[in-house]
Design a binder for this molecule. Structure first.
Ligand code: PMT
Length: 220
């Protein structure tokens, strides 16, 4: 393992979207590319950590030196994360589907057989909340993300409280903003030494900033 401020630390990070199946060929998903999570993983690795990425379906090469666990659904992502506990740090960068289709049909839905004009949804587990509220083996530092389109900081702050994480990285995912799918991000990190507002920067640069902040918080 490389040296650096995070040497010897175990970090688990979720990245990418989840796909929630409707039938064997269709799913409900979102526009997360995995770029931000993979950039943070690579940066933490460069800073010396042992990093495992629990990744939803994306088309990116694995970040160098990181362990990969590939999943599709929110339920699989939660199971994979729980299996990887305890870790020193948990980072929830994935855009997890809050809901999934209540029924997954075994056969392809066919228009000729009545088709499908409405989809019943049921709630998925909240991975960040589950990990942050563990009574045993809770990571020492739990970092969430908040993807918001209005009152970004207000909503992020209440999300941090509701989910029980230590920091939350608030990003604006309004149309035209680069966070979701683009190569840059502009965030405020709530909970780190008060709140820290960072300028627009590449997702790689933000990864390095977060790795440095984690190093400081862990006293490295
Ligand atoms: O992948 P990219 O294209 O690079 O885009 C990066 C990003 C915009 C996806 C990323 O920066 C980001 O904001 N990720 C969080 C997206 C999200 O789902 O936010 P949320 O506000 O819905 O969820 C809040 C937090 O709870 C997040 O840490 C999320 O991972 C977590 N969560 C949400 C629902 C759920 N069922 N389980 C969770 O763990």
């Amino acid at each position: 393992a490389p040296g650096g401020p995070l040497r010897g630390k175990r970090i688990v990070i979720t990245a990418g979207p989840t796909h929630e199946p409707l039938d064997p060929v269709r799913f409900i998903g979102n526009r997360s590319s995995g770029k931000q999570g993979y950039a943070i993983a690579a940066a933490c690795r460069r800073a010396g950590a042992e990093v495992t990425v629990v990744s939803g379906p994306v088309s990116l090469p694995a970040p160098s030196g990181c362990e990969m666990v590939r999943v599709e659904t929110a339920r699989q992502m939660l199971a994979a994360c729980e299996e990887l506990m305890p870790s020193d740090v948990f980072i929830a960068c994935a855009a997890v589907a809050d809901y999934r289709p209540a029924l997954e049909t075994k056969h392809k839905v066919k228009k000729e057989r009545g088709g499908l004009t409405a989809i019943d949804l049921i709630e998925n587990p909240d991975i960040l909340r589950e990990i942050a509220s563990r009574s045993a083996n809770r990571p020492g530092l739990v970092i969430g993300f908040a993807a918001e389109t209005d009152d970004v900081l207000g909503h992020a702050e209440s999300k941090m409280k509701r989910k029980g994480c230590d920091w939350i990285v608030a990003n604006d995912v309004s149309p035209g903003r680069p966070a979701m799918g683009g190569d840059q991000n502009e965030v405020t990190v709530l909970g780190f030494e008060g709140d820290k507002t960072l300028p627009l920067m590449s997702k790689d640069a933000l990864g390095d900033m977060l790795a440095a902040m984690i190093g400081r918080a862990l006293g490295g």
